[in-house]
Design a protein around this ligand. Structure first.
Ligand code: DGY
Length: 425
């Protein structure tokens, strides 16, 4: 790309961010997602920092202002009333002062805050804002291991597919069979008013999402009980890698700010998690797989979750194997990294997390592979991401075979990632 083209693309990305900016938080996109989402916001902050550092810190501060007393940071904050989304606060009924959902999402905050801090032009502002966030992020990390790893194995489970962020991945299909659908209250979906139903999860999946929500609600959203009471407990390598990376980053940040207790606790969590990740490795697939905690078995589904594990400081040998996986996938799909392996007949190139390419996932994999010495493969991922933007605009996700835009349009975190890719290229 010429530097003029880079400037123009960044300017277009900034336009998307500004359009979705609500003042103290951003919405992922108009219509489909009218509230604040947890991991969207943290990754979006990196893009905001490109033109307004104070605003970037505020994005994360706003999210953490709605942290639960037990330490959980919810996946949606319903700042305003809007009936364009289902399930809204009237369904979650978590009873928080500002309504929130009752489940969480990937813990990217620790990573994002460290990156904002390291790159800050305004160091005084960064030190003050990071120092205030440190104990809150530390409390969230502690919450994860206390509530989602009750046996202290070093790996946390998700108890609802929405927690993974990869809502309808093929990874969940078998475990999801155990989630009943009887007793689900009648509902009307709103997502399919804003996006093509062929790009979205199915009705059967929605029934099960709702059953889990109602089940947790009937237990009073008491996190001390939810893990064991959930028929769905899956250990996702991508989700754990993000948490491990966030713990390691928070430890470094705490060290830099002289908070040695927080540094030590997070260093220990990261180390224990990295050791435990080996349990998820599959030689047969050459990547990590999910583990179904209720059966104790690895799940035979080679999705991008197992490649996203590159985001943590996994052993060199594993990083090399994941780089080889991406190279293999690049020979099978026109654009990398597909959210599922095209060799698997279950791939659905257009449906949400069952095949499409997502730029946030690309960003984290590329970042991890660069750190692991595989800058060549990372550059290939970056190039694919930029090709998609050029051909199909700032979509929510993309068809890995045709490059066509899918899901919502004018998408905030896609725009933020483009700024990241271009400033790093
Ligand atoms: C949705 O509604 O599609 C969200 O991904 C759930 O968080």
């Amino acid at each position: 790309m010429t530097s003029l083209a880079v400037d123009e693309t960044i300017a277009r990305a900034v336009e998307v961010l500004r359009e979705n900016d609500q003042g103290a938080y951003t919405i992922p996109t108009k219509g489909l997602y009218p509230f604040q989402w947890n991991w969207d916001s943290c990754l979006t902050a990196l893009g905001l920092a490109h033109y307004d550092e104070a605003r970037a810190w505020t994005e994360i501060d706003t999210l953490f202002a709605h942290q639960w007393p037990d330490g959980m940071v919810p996946h949606i904050i319903f700042h305003v009333w809007n009936d364009g989304y289902f399930p809204g606060p009237d369904v979650w009924r978590t009873g928080r002062p500002t309504e929130t959902s009752g489940i969480t999402q990937p813990a990217v905050a620790g990573f994002a805050v460290r990156r904002l801090f390291d790159r800050a032009r305004d160091k005084t502002l960064a030190a003050a804002r990071a120092r205030a966030l440190l104990p809150k992020i530390d409390a969230w990390h502690r919450w994860f291991y206390e509530n989602r790893d009750p046996k202290g194995e070093g790996l946390v489970a998700i108890i609802h597919p929405w927690e993974s962020g990869r809502d309808n991945s093929i990874d969940w299909d078998d475990a999801f069979e155990r989630v009943p659908t009887e007793g689900v209250e009648p509902y009307t979906r709103r997502d399919t008013l804003h996006a093509d139903p062929a790009h979205r999860p199915t009705k059967e999946q929605y029934d099960r999402y709702l059953w889990l929500l109602q089940h947790f609600r009937s237990l009073g959203w008491d996190n001390a009980r939810l893990h064991d009471a959930s028929p769905f407990q899956v250990v996702d390598p991508g989700f754990n890698a993000i948490l491990i990376r966030a713990c390691a980053d928070l430890a470094d940040l705490a060290e830099a700010l002289g908070e040695s207790k927080i540094a030590e606790a997070n260093r220990d969590r990261a180390q224990k998690g990295l050791t435990a990740m080996e349990r998820l490795w599959s030689d047969a697939h050459g990547q990590y797989l999910c583990l179904d905690r209720t059966t104790g078995q690895l799940i035979d589904s080679a999705s991008v979750g197992g490649i996203l594990a590159a985001f943590a400081a996994i052993p060199e040998l594993r990083a090399a194997a994941l780089a080889a996986r991406v190279e293999h996938l690049a020979g099978r799909a026109r654009y990398v990294v597909p959210s599922h392996d095209p060799d698997d007949p279950r791939l659905d190139a257009k449906r949400y997390w069952r095949g499409p390419v997502w730029l946030v996932v690309n960003y984290m994999i590329a970042d991890g592979l660069t750190a692991g010495g595989r800058g060549d493969v990372a550059r290939r991922i970056t190039q694919s991401s930029l090709d998609l933007i050029r051909e199909s605009g700032f979509a929510e996700y993309y068809d890995p075979l045709t490059g066509g835009p899918l899901g919502g349009g004018r998408f905030t975190w896609t725009a933020a990632m483009v700024i990241e890719f271009l400033r790093r290229a």
